[in-house]
Design a protein around this ligand. Structure first.
Ligand code: OAD
Length: 237
């Protein structure tokens, strides 16, 4: 089976009702990114940061995967698919994708603030118990923090993602402004000559020649990509 690697960003979840970050009315217009999503912001006010992510988690229960997530999952019937997502939501998994690499962490997980990548300290929250309370501690006694890669922090999954990109037979980019590194640089690991598709209703510069642009929203764009890749629309079974 051909290896298909799909890099996604906030735009794939927009039709599910989750705001993107940098579009008009996006999340970073309402909340200063330095306060709620940077390492310094966490140190300055952990309660504010935990409240912000408690709120994001609550929103996740009200939304569901859209057609784009579903079509991404269905491509596993035809390709060896790896999804590399910058999103911290769980909509790819809920749509049925089985291999999802989260570059920027996962909303439904929390961890130690002393050693965020210690597997023993990573806990998965449940629907009944998703709010981190002020002063709540991780297993190692440090303050419990969101399992989110904040700005100013390293991106541990980037090596896995770069390896996947370098092995791709087809590379697809959906709904990301490609503003945030190192994720935005993944396209440079794709082998020369590999077909690259980019689905986004707005102009995005992939900094790469030969990209096939599909200037549509994620769900319509995925319908078109599926037709292009399979030579027919995906059935609905
Ligand atoms: P951005 O908000 O920067 O970009 C969203 C992209 O989605 C833009 O290119 C939009 O044109 C596009 N878009 C909007 N609606 C769409 C739709 N219906 N279908 C398809 N595309 C659509 O979000 P990201 O690129 O994901 O990190 O942002 C990257 C990272 O910056 C995030 O993971 C987050 C943020 O700060 C952290 O919080 C660590």
């Amino acid at each position: 089976m051909k290896k298909l690697v799909i890099l996604t960003g906030a735009g794939i979840s927009a039709e599910s009702g989750i705001s993107t970050f940098r579009d008009a009315g996006g999340l970073w217009e309402k909340y200063p990114v330095q306060q709620v999503a940077s390492h310094d912001g966490w140190l300055a006010d952990p309660e504010l940061v935990n409240r912000f992510y408690n709120e994001r988690r609550r929103q996740l229960f009200d939304v569901k995967p859209n057609r784009a997530h579903e079509l991404v999952a269905r491509l596993e019937r035809h390709f060896d698919v790896a999804v590399v997502t910058q999103n911290v939501d769980n909509l790819h998994e809920r749509a049925g994708s089985t291999r999802v690499v989260h570059l920027h962490g996962e909303l439904m997980k929390v961890t130690s603030s002393r050693n965020p990548d210690d597997p023993d300290c990573i806990e998965t929250l449940t629907r009944d118990n998703f709010e981190v309370q002020p002063g709540q501690r991780a297993k190692d006694g440090s303050l419990l923090r969101p399992y989110i890669v904040f700005f100013q922090e390293a991106v541990p999954m980037i090596e896995t993602a770069a390896m996947l990109a370098s092995q791709a037979d087809i590379f697809v980019i959906i709904g990301t402004s490609l503003n945030v590194y190192p994720a935005a640089g993944l396209v440079h690991y794709v082998r020369p000559g590999t077909p690259i598709y980019l689905i986004d209703p707005n102009e995005v510069d992939a900094h790469m020649p030969g990209v096939n642009y599909i200037r549509k929203k994620a769900s319509d764009g995925m319908e078109e990509l599926t037709r292009l890749l399979l030579g027919k629309p995906e059935d609905n079974e």
